[in-house]
Design a protein around this ligand. Structure first.
Ligand code: F0G
Length: 354
């Protein structure tokens, strides 16, 4: 393509719908503008005749959707004269905060639940120079501690309790509708701390007010061992292999309920086995490698499709939230063994043709 205007990142592209950021304060890695990729083979597994598209957020600069909101939060922190940012994280927020803070020249501290972060995300936070602190506790406790610690104002909290994060993340609605040429009937996504479903719904409703076109039904899916919204009660000790959404007391709980109820959608639970099955299908049927949590939305559509719960929806979009290379250990673990042979042609031929 020639002559196309280069993409300028979330703060500049969506200036009209975002809180003000002075141009000199913009901290961007040119995030956003991620591909919307048709997924016909997966669609056929979900429901006959369904049109399915994947919004591949793993193609953001740090490999997850967090960059959309982080550019706004860090830019606004810079504009406000902040010297440091802090977050609690299951991994992706910390990777994104560390990268944008590095770019802005801000100090960054990330607080993570000990032993529960996928390797790629930890590597990111460390290489970008964040102060990484693991707490002997879960994500919910880490967030509680960070909120209290930051009360004195020494650092700006860049979790999704920061409204600038939600503002940045809402932009996904415009990108999906523009790429699709319409508003989908369903928008499926994983739910952890529930910032993303809150943000996407805010985007859809604002876009509908501005330009019409309606809103999709929001289809949020939690991991069965970490499904407080589904059960209507905090989970003290959440459990799931999808570490990104291993959260028992979501900060944006109310936003998620509002998205569900106002859109006529659902928030349901999917088991780890269903998540892994969807994760493998994405990779093997569509060539799309995501981290396990990112497959929860598809796992949910597969589950509802099988039980006739999609009510004849024609067009669905699933946000796949983070890149598969974030969690290489899980990919290797679920994919079985590979063979090692002597370095000779016959042995190789036998192995390849087996
Ligand atoms: N998918 C991925 C890959 C995530 O990292 C997260 C959240 C979610 C889905 C759920 O989004 O929390 O807005 O409902 N990760 C946060 C973190 C909690 O710290 O990186 P949510």
């Amino acid at each position: 393509m020639t002559g196309a205007r280069p993409w300028q990142g979330i703060c500049r592209e969506f200036r009209d719908i975002l809180p003000p950021v002075p141009d000199a304060a913009v901290v961007t890695l040119l995030e956003g503008n991620t591909p919307l990729v048709p997924a016909p083979r997966l669609a056929a597994r979900i429901a006959p005749g369904l049109e399915l598209h994947l919004k591949i957020e793993g193609q953001n600069p740090t490999g997850s959707f967090k960059d959309r909101g982080m550019t706004v939060a860090v830019s606004r922190a810079v504009a406000g004269g902040a010297k440091a940012v802090i977050c609690a994280s299951t991994g992706n927020t910390s990777a994104s905060a560390a990268a944008y803070a590095a770019r802005a020249g801000l100090r960054c501290a990330v607080v993570i639940p000990e032993g529960q972060i996928a390797l790629g995300k930890l590597a990111q936070a460390m290489v970008h120079g964040a102060r990484v602190v693991a707490v002997r506790g879960n994500f919910d406790r880490a967030l509680e501690l960070v909120r209290t610690l930051a009360e004195d104002g020494t650092a700006v909290v860049v979790n999704s309790i920061n409204p600038d994060r939600i503002e940045g993340q809402k932009t996904i609605a415009w990108e999906i509708a523009d790429a699709l040429g319409r508003v989908p009937d369903l928008h499926a996504l994983p739910v952890g701390n529930a910032g993303n479903i809150t943000a996407a719904w805010k985007g859809w409703t604002e876009r509908d007010r501005a330009t019409g076109g309606g809103t999709p039904r929001m289809m949020g899916f939690q991991a069965a061992g970490a499904a407080p919204i589904v059960h209507g009660a905090r989970v003290e000790d959440p459990k799931t292999i999808a570490t990104a959404i291993k959260i028992g007391n979501p900060a944006s709980w109310r936003g998620a309920l509002e998205a569900r109820d106002a859109s006529g959608g659902v928030i349901d639970a999917v088991s780890d086995d269903e998540i892994v099955a969807a994760y493998r299908m994405l990779a093997s049927l569509e060539g799309v490698f995501v981290e396990p949590a990112s497959a929860a939305g598809l796992a949910g559509l597969l589950k509802l499709g099988a039980s006739g719960g999609l009510n004849g929806a024609a067009v669905a979009v699933a946000t796949v939230t983070g890149h598969g290379l974030k969690d290489p250990e899980r990919a290797v673990q679920v994919s079985g063994a590979f063979e090692t042979v002597d370095a000779d042609l016959d042995a190789l031929r036998r192995a390849v043709l087996a």
